[in-house]
Design a protein around this ligand. Structure first.
Ligand SMILES: Nc1nc2c(ncn2[C@@H]2O[C@H](COP(=O)(O)OP(=O)(O)OP(=O)(O)O)[C@@H](O)[C@H]2O)c(=O)[nH]1
Ligand SMILES: [Mg+2]
Length: 334
């Protein structure tokens, strides 16, 4: 395995110092390095993360998920605006592996978070377009640490509530928030139930105007549903709240619940345990991802893969035998 050279100690130290000083352009540059697939950029990013690790870890890490249109972007803008008002520094990262396909979503997000993005105490980074979920998750974890090192003390990771991305996000944050629109009772069925089970906070948004009664019903439904779900942590029992991202009603109560969650997890050491588990998982994700990249990069292995894929599809070779031969070839060459 090749070890590409990083930009060098002096350059890494300079960039690290700028980030520690809260320099947003340096932070943006560092995240771009972390997002890059170029080996020398990756190497620099890894060195930088190493240098900044002692400065990271201090933020409240929040994942926000919800179906398209639930109001995630509007909610994050409202919550972020409130947090800035009460003296916090907020970073918003988006995880949206589908954004490359669905197009407009990121552009829409950017316009919707316009007022938050103008604040000097907020930093908004849309999801890098394209790539696998694994790749996007890795880059988001790294971006999160970089934001913390730059002094952002609340990091919000937004993800669309479809597919596997919320599992990845729930695995990298302290608190997972599920945002619902009123009348989203069907989310309790089937597939979506898994997402409800991951939630530390369920927030029913759009509790305003004509939608207010329906929002109340949804709160009641989810409250009784959560009673029968075993909590993820001994330290915290999930709660259901209502808010309106549009009017700002209920936003301070959401933050209050987040603070109580934080205290509950800190008191018994659950937060430290959670972070330790996540760090271990992160390491293994990194090993897996890097192995796969190296394997796919080897031209001899690639040739063999091409033949074996055909054989497997045609039913001439079993998938297990093919996998074995690919791995043997790869291990022979490293
Ligand atoms: N009435 C009302 N409408 C809201 C509220 N929050 C968001 N909306 C509206 O709901 C629509 C979707 O809001 P977004 O914030 O874009 O939702 P999203 O979940 O980020 O959507 P995607 O990024 O497409 O997944 C917009 O038209 C918002 O104006 C709210 O609290 N009350
Ligand atoms: Mg959005």
């Amino acid at each position: 395995m090749t070890r590409e050279r990083s930009a060098g100690d002096a350059q890494v130290a300079d960039l690290a110092a700028e980030i520690r000083g809260g320099d947003r352009r340096a932070l943006a540059r560092a995240i771009t390095l972390a997002e890059s697939t170029r080996d020398d950029h990756r190497a620099t990013a890894v060195d930088l993360l190493d240098a900044l690790l002692p400065d990271a870890g201090g933020a409240v890490r929040v994942g926000v998920s919800g179906a398209p249109g639930a109001g995630k972007s509007t909610f994050i803008e409202a919550l972020g605006g409130y947090l800035v008002e009460v003296g916090r520094r907020v970073a918003v990262l988006a995880v949206d592996p589908s954004s490359a396909r669905s197009g407009g979503s990121i552009l829409g997000d950017k316009t919707r978070m316009e007022s938050l993005s103008r604040s000097p105490d907020a930093f908004i980074r849309p999801s890098p377009s394209g790539g696998t979920l694994g790749g996007v998750a890795r880059r988001t974890r790294e971006a999160m640490l970089l934001c913390e090192a730059a002094g952002f003390d609340v990091v919000i990771v937004e993800t669309v509530g479809v597919g596997q991305s919320e599992v990845a996000v729930a695995g990298m944050v302290d608190l997972f928030l599920l945002l619902l629109a009123p009348g989203a009772g069907d989310e309790l069925q089937g597939l979506k139930r898994g997402i409800v089970e991951m939630a530390d906070l369920v927030v029913v948004n759009k509790a305003d105007g004509d939608l207010a009664p329906s929002a109340d019903r949804t709160v009641a439904e989810y409250s009784s549903a959560l009673h029968v779900i075993r909590p993820r942590s001994f330290a915290w029992t999930p709660r259901v709240l209502a808010c309106s991202a549009l009017t700002g009603d209920g936003i301070p109560a959401v933050w209050q619940a987040m603070r109580e969650h934080r205290n509950a997890l800190e008191v018994g050491g659950a937060l430290a345990d959670l972070r330790a588990d996540q760090a271990r998982q992160w390491m293994w994700d990194e090993v897996t991802a890097t192995l796969l990249v190296e394997l796919r990069r080897d031209p001899e292995v690639a040739r063999l893969v091409e033949t074996l894929e055909r054989d497997v599809v045609a039913g001439h070779v079993s998938p297990a035998a093919a996998a074995r031969r690919i791995l043997e070839e790869f291990l022979r060459r490293v």
